[in-house]
Design a protein. Structure first.
Length: 279
C-alpha cells in the first residue's frame, strides 16, 4: 500500500476553529500568520495560516487536501472587511426574523465566502429547530445560497466568550481548538467535590481543565488502593477510609482488640509492596 504524502499548511477559517490542511503549488513564500485565499466547502474563501509547511500523509490528514490559491492582496482585504461588516447586518436581521417566527434559537454570527455566493449563519439551540420558514425569509432578502448551521453548547460558549472559575478567560475562548471527552471519573481521580455545579463551566459541561492534570494523578495514585475498598494489611483485613493525594497517605481502619483503629500509611508502602510482588 502506497502511503501518499503532501507538503501542507494548517489553516483556520475562523479564530480558534479546527485546523484544516491545504497544499500550495504557487511561487509565493507563505508564513504563519499570512491571510490566504483557499478552496473550501464554502467555495473560494479566506483563511489564516497557523502552522506549516509540514509533510503529512493523507492517512494522518484524513482527507485529500484542497489547495491554497494565493496570498490575499489589498483588494481582497477590502472585500473581507466589507463581507464581515455585511455579515454582522445579516446576523441582526436573522435575529429579528427568528424572533418574529418565535423560533427558540440563539443566532450567533454569519459568514460570507469570498465572492458572496454562499452565506452560512451559525446558531445555538436547546433542541432541533424547524427553520424552513426562516430560510425562506433570508433567501428572499439576500438571494443567494444560505445555510443555517447549528453548533453545540461548548462551541457556542467558545464564540461568546466566558470567564472560568479560575478567573481567567475560559480555555475554549483563549486557545482550545477542539474539545476533549471529559468524564466524571476525572473529578473522582483528582478527589474534587462531586458537585457538578462546582466542576462545570459556563457551557454546563464538565470543566475542560479536569483533563490537564489527570495524567499526574493517575501516575501518583498508581498501585494505591481505592477508597471504600477492603485490602489486606500485614495479614489482616483493613478498610480504606480515605486516600489523600496531597499528603500522599492512605487512612486504613483495622480491628485490634475488638476496637477499630485508624492508621495512616504512606503511598510508598503500597508502591513498594507492588514492586516486590513484581520482582
Amino acid at each position: 500500500m502506497i502511503d501518499l504524502t503532501a507538503e501542507v499548511y494548517g489553516v483556520e477559517l475562523s479564530h480558534l476553529e479546527k485546523i484544516y490542511y491545504f497544499s500550495y503549488m504557487g511561487d509565493e513564500t507563505l508564513n504563519v500568520g499570512d491571510m490566504v485565499i483557499i478552496n473550501s466547502d464554502m467555495g473560494e474563501d479566506f483563511g489564516k495560516i497557523v502552522l506549516g509547511p509540514k509533510s503529512m500523509s493523507f492517512e494522518n490528514i484524513g482527507y485529500e487536501p484542497n489547495s491554497i490559491i494565493r496570498k490575499v492582496n489589498d483588494e481582497d482585504m477590502e472585500v473581507l472587511k466589507n463581507n464581515e461588516n455585511d455579515a454582522k447586518e445579516v446576523t441582526e436581521f436573522t435575529k429579528i426574523k427568528a424572533k418574529e417566527l418565535k423560533l427558540k434559537m440563539r443566532v450567533l454570527y454569519s459568514r460570507y465566502n469570498l465572492n458572496r455566493t454562499k452565506l452560512v449563519i451559525y446558531f445555538g439551540a436547546d433542541a432541533r429547530v424547524d427553520f424552513r420558514d426562516l430560510v425562506k425569509e433570508l433567501a428572499k432578502e439576500y438571494r443567494l445560497r444560505i445555510e443555517l448551521r447549528q453548533i453545540g453548547i461548548r462551541d457556542e460558549v467558545k464564540i461568546k466568550g466566558s470567564l472560568g472559575l479560575c478567573g481567567q478567560i475560559a480555555c475554549c475562548a483563549r486557545y482550545k481548538r477542539e474539545f476533549d471527552s471529559i468524564k466524571m471519573e476525572l473529578a473522582k481521580t483528582q478527589q474534587m467535590m462531586i458537585n457538578t455545579a462546582k466542576i462545570s463551566g459556563r457551557c454546563g459541561k464538565l470543566l475542560c481543565c479536569l483533563k490537564y492534570e489527570n495524567d499526574f494523578y493517575e501516575e501518583i495514585l498508581k498501585d494505591v488502593p481505592y477508597e471504600n475498598t477492603t485490602i489486606e494489611y500485614e495479614g489482616k483485613p483493613a478498610r480504606v477510609v480515605t486516600v489523600n493525594v496531597f499528603l500522599k497517605e492512605v487512612t486504613l481502619q483495622l480491628i485490634k482488640d475488638n476496637q477499630p483503629i485508624l492508621l495512616k500509611i504512606p503511598f510508598e508502602y503500597f508502591k513498594s509492596i507492588n514492586k516486590n510482588d513484581k520482582d
